[in-house]
Design a protein around this ligand. Structure first.
Ligand SMILES: Nc1ncnc2c1ncn2[C@@H]1O[C@H](COP(=O)(O)OP(=O)(O)O)[C@@H](O)[C@H]1O
Ligand SMILES: CC(=O)N[C@@H](CCC(=O)OP(=O)(O)O)C(=O)O
Length: 247
């Protein structure tokens, strides 16, 4: 599919600037399909704190018990997604809010229910339905999936974006975040190949949320996505992950 996927972290949503929307407009005018997958992690943690629900994360993944799952759905579908849709409308871009329960868009499975609770990854995408939807408008998709039995799953938004990019064979994947790229000694690493990841994790250069982000990015390039860009602006190069010359 001639598709560009942009994942927007919860922190990045409020920082989107006019260049971001101009880039989306140019892609749409060039006939590309555009799918935005939004996060909302900081917003979920903030509401959890207000409600005295503890936030526990393991390697950047939120442990999701039942109260946390309910709250996560509320924040993603009631707060962050509408905020992004309103910005797009304000910029005159046609867009539609989407989640797993619309035409079974995303199916998923538990990653390890005993260890993480209701956390999953994406195993299926209703490609036909999504392709039709994206012909006429930008899709704005929440990082939630449904199991074949109808159980909701909380999916790390980077993982969701990379899984959807893999299944739909997107040409480009952008992971927009609150840092200008993958940093080492305070400087952006401009180019990475999958083989760089294990030792950067071992050396503790890459920690916290950057870990699931890069693991997801590596899976996406292995599956044929040409390039994954980790950046704070669509118009800044940030870190580009591609397959190595010898792969
Ligand atoms: N090597 C690294 N370079 C940049 N950020 C890193 C690195 N290692 C860990 N991080 C952390 O990862 C964060 C980005 O991941 P995350 O908080 O999950 O963002 P998002 O919500 O945008 O997905 C950064 O703000 C930073 O705190
Ligand atoms: C399982 C899991 O960790 N899900 C994430 C989903 C939202 C997300 O990833 O948002 P950001 O991109 O803003 O971090 C969470 O609950 O925080």
């Amino acid at each position: 599919m001639n598709l560009i996927i942009v994942k927007i972290g919860g922190n990045a949503i409020s920082k989107l600037n006019s260049e971001f929307f101009e880039q989306l407009r140019q892609w749409r005018q060039a006939g590309k399909k555009v799918l935005l997958i939004h996060g909302g992690g900081p917003q979920i943690s903030k509401l959890s704190a207000k409600l005295n629900i503890p936030t526990i994360k393991k390697d950047g993944i939120r442990l999701t018990d039942e109260p946390t799952l309910n709250l996560t759905k509320m924040v993603l579908l009631g707060n962050t997604q509408p905020a992004l849709l309103m910005r797009l409308a304000h910029e005159g871009l046609a867009a539609i809010g989407l989640n797993a329960s619309d035409q079974q868009l995303l199916t998923g499975q538990y990653i390890d229910q005993a260890a993480y609770g209701a956390v999953g990854n994406i195993t299926g995408v209703n490609e036909l339905a999504l392709s039709k939807i994206l012909k006429g408008q930008i899709g704005v998709l929440a990082p939630l999936a449904l199991t074949p039995d109808g159980e909701w799953l909380n999916v790390n938004a980077d993982t969701a974006a990379a899984d959807v990019a893999r299944v739909l064979k997107a040409s480009q994947l952008y992971l927009l975040t609150d840092v200008p790229g993958v940093l080492k000694n305070g400087k952006v690493i401009s180019a990475m190949i999958p083989q760089d990841l294990p030792h950067l994790i071992e050396e503790k250069v890459i920690t916290d949320g950057m870990q699931p982000k890069l693991s997801a990015a590596v899976k996406a390039v292995h599956a044929g996505v040409q390039a994954v860009r980790i950046t704070d602006q669509l118009t800044h190069p940030g870190t580009t992950l591609k397959m190595g010359a010898n792969d």
